[in-house]
Design a protein around this ligand. Sequence first.
Ligand SMILES: *[C@@H]1O[C@H](CO)[C@@H](O)[C@H](O)[C@H]1NC(C)=O
Ligand SMILES: *[C@@H]1O[C@H](CO)[C@@H](O)[C@H](O)[C@H]1NC(C)=O
Ligand SMILES: *[C@@H]1O[C@H](CO)[C@@H](O)[C@H](O)[C@H]1NC(C)=O
Ligand SMILES: *[C@@H]1O[C@H](CO)[C@@H](O)[C@H](O)[C@H]1NC(C)=O
Ligand SMILES: *[C@@H]1O[C@H](CO)[C@@H](O)[C@H](O)[C@H]1NC(C)=O
Ligand SMILES: *[C@@H]1O[C@H](CO)[C@@H](O)[C@H](O)[C@H]1NC(C)=O
Ligand SMILES: *[C@@H]1O[C@H](CO)[C@@H](O)[C@H](O)[C@H]1NC(C)=O
Ligand SMILES: *[C@@H]1O[C@H](CO)[C@@H](O)[C@H](O)[C@H]1NC(C)=O
Ligand SMILES: *[C@@H]1O[C@H](CO)[C@@H](O)[C@H](O)[C@H]1NC(C)=O
Ligand SMILES: [Cu+2]
Length: 580
Amino acid sequence: MGARWAAALLGLAMVAGMSMVSAKVVEYEWEVSYINAAPDCYSKTILGINGIYPGPTIRASQNDTVRVTMKNHVATEGITMHWHGIRQIGSPWADGTAAVSQCPIVYGESFTYEFTVDRPGTYFYHGHFGCQRAAGFYGSLIVDLPDGMYEPYHYEGEHMIIVNDWWHRGIIDQEQGLESTTFKWVGEPQSLLLEGRGRYNCSKVPKYDPAAISCNQTDERCAPHVWKVERGKTYRLRLASVASLSTLNFKIEGHMMQVVEADGHNIEPFYTDNIDIYSGETYSVLVHCNGTLDNYHLGLNVRGRTDKDVPTGLGILNYNNATAYQPNTPWPKGPAWDDFPASKAQAKKYKALRNNPDPTSHAFNKTEHAVTRTIILLNTQNKYQGHTKWAINNVTYAPLQTPLLAALVYNISGAVDLTPPPDYPTSGYNIFNPPANPNTNVGSGVYQFNTGDVVELILQNAATLTANQSEVHPWHLHGHDFWIMGYGDGVYDPIKSPFTFELDNPPARNNVPLFPFGWTAIRFKLDNPGAWPFHCHVEWHFHMGMGVMFAHGIDQVRQKGIPSSTLGCGLTKTLFKLNP
Ligand SMILES: *[C@@H]1O[C@H](CO)[C@@H](O)[C@H](O)[C@H]1NC(C)=O
Ligand SMILES: *[C@@H]1O[C@H](CO)[C@@H](O)[C@H](O)[C@H]1NC(C)=O
Ligand SMILES: *[C@@H]1O[C@H](CO)[C@@H](O)[C@H](O)[C@H]1NC(C)=O
Ligand SMILES: *[C@@H]1O[C@H](CO)[C@@H](O)[C@H](O)[C@H]1NC(C)=O
Ligand SMILES: *[C@@H]1O[C@H](CO)[C@@H](O)[C@H](O)[C@H]1NC(C)=O
Ligand SMILES: *[C@@H]1O[C@H](CO)[C@@H](O)[C@H](O)[C@H]1NC(C)=O
Ligand SMILES: *[C@@H]1O[C@H](CO)[C@@H](O)[C@H](O)[C@H]1NC(C)=O
Ligand SMILES: *[C@@H]1O[C@H](CO)[C@@H](O)[C@H](O)[C@H]1NC(C)=O
Ligand SMILES: *[C@@H]1O[C@H](CO)[C@@H](O)[C@H](O)[C@H]1NC(C)=O
Ligand SMILES: [Cu+2]
């Protein structure tokens, strides 16, 4: 039941320097259904693609067209798929965000995504409806340079490592707990997974739990993944985090890593023995395999939240086809989970690669990218009619029934809340304590921009509803890359803080952490017309309203049109009939 794919020449040949580069169509047909899986030895129902988990890897070359036809065989749930890090230039309808770019694909129906992968790098895809990403609905997406073109670094082999945190409860149960007025938090994960594999101690499953009989320590589906290397060679490890909650720290026993790529962009390389990966981020690290032993641990640990009951996730780096086994050496562990200074110092190491040979590098230019609009987004935890929520400038986001893009393109009256949320938080808000009045407003409003605007966006963190507590929030932008201008502790000062910004070579990213009680400044140019979410990539936080919507250039999208296959729900029902 492997992925069926076919590659056909597009017929277009592109001239790149002296070589002819031809873009092709890379085609996949996916059948989505519930499957039984045991990623950490505990058997449960998850969402599988073509019967497998993690989903099939998509591999294409720069400028190729990726076409994925996805059929929904899940009778009780709609589905969508988001191509994380792919900007969807000219194809905003293919972004795969339910309530924004399309209607969910209902039972028995198929939907075809078609988009260009314009930039080489490491990406991934994941469900973007409800909390389906947490149900195992994800896989890797790798964009190579065309034949004959090379990265500005050298390696002899490569491997993908998709990392995740994992719970035993099903997502429907988890979502219901988060939505309920008797709020039930999901808690910390049971396991950490590398390439969809971890290992839970089955003797911890209570005897009365029906799963006690299906938690099987010797199930081969939870045997640690083995990454094979040849002694003396240098490997590119492509890391991607689809975590639902945790920041993860990756470390290889006895080996250093040279970080060369972040979110699909080349960076100024640096060496480290451990790397923080926030949910929604991708990295490439080069590892020179000069170890003397047959097997080494790959280790994954929680950062930024307690790791008390979350054991190290393990994989095996195996040399020269020796018999693979888990070494009996201590598990690799980076800095302590609450060593925030270490995480902040590492985050600040990322700089765009100077003299980047990649013409699509998206280099920052302080003249060209001077700010035209500034927005400050305050992240708070609140209450709405007894429900626990996350809010941005005192508005918690509620998905609309009518997809935002269609609502704007067809100007459907009453489908969209056109009142933009505030550009600034309530003045004088004390970020260090929970508010005396925790109530917030619910909304689905849209920040509307002019194409060409350069927006500086300040994310400001604050206390949760618990005194002295503030959490890490990795923010992800759809449709655009932004530059990370800076990070700081405490309250952002519009006069003093900008003096600390990196104006020389800030890194271009699509994901950025916001540290507890701190602020993060990003800047981006509105150059890709459409409707785009900007949200916390913690699955549970976005579900609790931690996101905002951006839109610009809708006239251009309208001229080009959006496929009628994106319609059919909410107030687009009648349009669907008009445009069958
Ligand atoms: C990709 O397409 C763009 C736009 O058509 C073109 O400028 C660029 O040279 C192409 N790159 C490669 C590597 O084919
Ligand atoms: C598994 O859990 C049991 C019960 O909590 C404990 O006695 C045992 O030491 C654990 N095994 C490992 C390998 O951690
Ligand atoms: C556990 O898995 C192993 C390997 O697949 C299998 O041989 C064994 O029968 C399973 N045990 C139970 C109790 O299902
Ligand atoms: C492997 O190479 C690194 C740097 O290239 C060096 O520091 C280390 O000592 C080498 N390890 C072994 C076992 O040779
Ligand atoms: C390991 O096995 C593979 C497959 O049989 C083979 O291609 C490769 O050359 C072997 N590597 C080494 C270092 O022996
Ligand atoms: C930055 O942009 C300005 C205005 O477009 C241009 O004159 C200048 O050459 C650019 N600088 C670099 C380093 O590209
Ligand atoms: C959208 O519809 C409203 C009336 O419902 C109208 O006032 C407005 O001009 C329309 N906008 C566009 C862009 O067509
Ligand atoms: C947020 O909105 C709620 C509901 O309107 C209000 O009661 C509360 O005072 C507002 N909080 C802030 C900090 O503006
Ligand atoms: C919060 O932290 C401050 C400063 O560390 C301390 O004085 C205060 O007692 C703490 N409050 C609570 C409720 O823990
Ligand atoms: Cu968050």
